[in-house]
Write a protein that binds this ligand. Structure first.
Ligand code: C2O
Ligand code: CU
Length: 474
C-alpha cells in the first residue's frame, strides 16, 4: 500500500511502482481536463424534466499504461452533470446494469426520504428506479453517488459519481462566471487506487484524478474562472489553493452562495464537501491548483499530504468577465432560541453514540417544522466528518468558537478534526414520512460502510415513528 502523502508517479509506459514520491512539481500536465457532459433531459407529459442514468461497467485509458476497468454512469467513468432549476419537477430513471445492487443518492438535496437513494432504496441488477421530486432549495453544486448498504466506498471509488447543479433566479448567480465548461468549471477530485488494470476500492489512492483526468491542464480564456470543487474521495481531505497562494474568492459552499465572497488562499474540503471559488487569471500565465497539507487543528495536520491537482493555462488574450458582486443575498440565519430539541452525536471508531448502523433501528425522530441543535463530537485520534441527508444546516460553533467565514453558509457536510466539537442548527421543514428514514453519517466512506451511520425519520407533529425495516423495502 501507498501511504499518506505519497503518490506513485507514472513513468514511461506504466507505473513506476518502486518509488513513492511527493508529486509536487512532478506531475506532467499533459492531458486536457475532461469536462463531464451536461446530461440530456426531456420533458414528459406531466411537465417533469426527465434524466436517465445507467450504472455500468467500462474501461478507460487514463494514461496508467493500459486500459483500466472502471464503473460509470452513461459512460465508462463518473457520470454526466445533471442540471435543474429551483421549482422544476425532475425525475431520474436510474438503470442498474451492474451485476450487483447499487443505489443513487442525491447528496445535498432537500427531498422526500423515499426519493433520497440511500440504503433503503436499493436498485437490483437489471432494475430501474425512478424517483421524482421538485427542486426546492437555492442554486448550489450538489452531487450524486451510490449509497448501497456497506458498499458505498467500492461503488464511488470505481467511478460512480457525478455533479447535480441547481440553478435559481438569484441575479447574483448571473454576475459570477456561469458558462459551463468555459469559465464555470466543475472539478470532481478523487484519489484513486490503480492496480494496473482496475480502479480498486482503497481508503487512500495512489493517483489523483480530476473529472477522471490524470495529469490535467485547463486552457482558460477569461480573466476570471469559477471552479466548482467537489471532494469525491473515499477518505482524503484536501486543502485547495493556487501554488503561488494568490487570494481567490470563495463564493459558495455545499448548499449555495455565502452572504458575500470571502477572500481565501486555501479551502479545506473533506469527503463530500463542495466549494465554489473564483480565481483571477493573468493573460499568458500558467498556475497550478494544488492541494496543501490540510490543517486540522490542535496540533494535527496533514503531514506531507500535498498534491498538484490541475494546471491552469491562460490564453494570451483573455475575455473580461466583470467584477464579481461584493455582497450576495443575505442567508436567513436559523435562530438557536427557536430550537426545540438538542441532540448529541459522539463519533468514535466506527460508531456513533456507541452504536453501529442498523437498518431496522431509528435513532432519532424529528418533528416536521422543528429546528434542532445537534452537537457532534469527534472523540477519536482520527479524522471524521458529519453529513446529514435532506437538509442544509448552519454551523453554530467549532470547538466553542464562532465558525470561520467558510462555515457560515449552508452546509450538508462538516469536517471534524480529531478531538473536536461542532454544533450545527438544522430545520426540518418538509416531507414527513414515519416509515422511511434519512441517514446521517461520517462521509469517510470506509467509516460509513463500517457502520458509522444512523437513521432519522421526519414525522408530522405528534406522530411516532413507523416500523422501518431494512428487509421489506426495495
Ligand atoms: Cu454523499 Cu449519505 O452521502
Ligand atoms: Cu469517519
Amino acid at each position: 500500500g501507498v501511504l499518506g502523502g505519497s503518490f506513485l508517479v507514472a513513468s514511461g509506459a506504466g507505473l513506476s511502482a518502486c518509488a513513492t514520491v511527493d508529486t509536487v512539481g512532478k506531475v506532467d500536465f499533459t492531458r486536457p481536463l475532461l469536462i463531464p457532459p451536461l446530461a440530456d433531459s426531456r420533458t414528459d407529459s406531466a411537465g417533469r424534466r426527465v434524466f436517465d442514468l445507467h450504472a455500468r461497467r467500462g474501461r478507460r485509458d487514463f494514461g496508467f499504461g493500459g486500459p483500466t476497468r472502471t464503473w460509470g454512469f452513461n459512460g465508462d467513468h463518473l457520470g454526466p452533470t445533471l442540471r435543474a432549476t429551483r421549482g422544476e419537477q425532475v425525475m431520474v430513471n436510474v438503470v442498474n446494469e451492474l451485476d450487483e445492487d447499487t443505489s443513487v443518492h442525491w447528496h445535498g438535496m432537500h427531498l422526500p426520504a423515499r426519493m433520497d437513494g440511500g440504503p433503503h432504496q436499493p436498485v437490483r441488477p437489471g432494475a430501474t428506479w425512478s424517483p421524482t421530486w421538485t427542486i426546492n432549495q437555492p442554486a448550489a453544486t450538489l452531487w450524486y453517488h451510490p449509497h448501497p448498504h456497506g458498499h458505498t466506498k467500492e461503488h464511488v471509488a470505481r467511478g460512480l459519481a457525478g455533479l447535480f447543479i441547481l440553478d435559481d433566479d438569484d441575479p447574483h448567480q448571473r454576475r459570477l462566471p456561469h458558462d459551463y465548461g468555459v469559465d464555470d468549471i466543475p472539478l470532481v477530485v478523487q484519489d484513486v487506487d490503480v492496480d494496473k488494470t482496475e480502479l480498486r476500492a482503497k481508503n487512500t489512492g495512489n493517483q489523483l484524478l480530476v473529472n477522471g483526468t490524470y495529469g490535467p491542464y485547463l486552457t482558460i480564456t477569461t480573466d476570471r474562472v469559477r471552479l466548482r470543487l467537489l471532494n469525491a474521495a473515499v477518505s482524503r481531505t484536501f486543502a485547495f489553493g493556487l501554488a503561488d497562494e494568490r487570494p481567490v474568492a470563495l463564493v459558495a459552499t455545499d448548499g449555495g452562495l455565502l452572504d458575500h465572497p470571502v477572500t481565501v488562499t486555501r479551502i479545506r474540503l473533506s469527503p463530500g464537501e463542495r466549494a465554489e471559488i473564483v480565481v483571477p487569471v493573468q493573460a499568458g500565465e500558467r498556475v497550478v491548483l494544488r492541494s496543501f497539507p490540510p490543517q486540522t487543528g490542535r496540533g494535527f495536520d496533514g503531514g506531507k499530504d500535498q498534491f498538484d491537482v490541475l494546471e491552469l493555462r491562460a490564453a494570451a488574450r483573455l475575455r473580461r468577465t466583470g467584477a464579481i458582486p461584493e455582497r450576495f443575498t443575505a442567508i436567513p440565519r436559523l435562530n438557536p432560541a427557536t430550537a426545540v430539541v438538542n441532540r448529541d452525536f459522539q463519533l468514535t471508531g466506527t460508531n456513533i453514540n456507541g452504536e453501529q448502523m442498523d437498518m431496522d433501528r431509528i435513532d432519532a425522530v424529528v418533528e416536521q417544522g422543528a429546528t434542532e441543535i445537534w452537537t457532534v463530537r469527534n472523540t477519536d485520534g482520527q479524522r471524521h466528518n458529519f453529513h446529514v441527508h435532506d437538509v442544509q444546516f448552519q454551523v453554530l460553533s467549532v470547538d466553542g468558537d464562532e465558525p470561520p467565514p467558510e462555515l457560515r453558509g449552508w452546509k450538508d457536510t462538516v469536517f471534524l478534526p480529531p478531538k473536536s466539537e461542532v454544533r450545527i442548527i438544522l430545520r426540518f421543514a418538509d416531507y414527513a414520512d414515519p416509515d422511511m428514514p434519512y441517514m446521517y453519517h461520517c462521509h469517510l466512506l470506509m467509516h460509513e460502510d463500517d457502520g458509522m451511520m444512523g437513521q432519522f425519520v421526519v414525522v408530522a407533529p405528534g406522530q411516532s415513528a413507523g416500523r422501518v425495516s431494512g428487509h421489506d423495502h426495495g
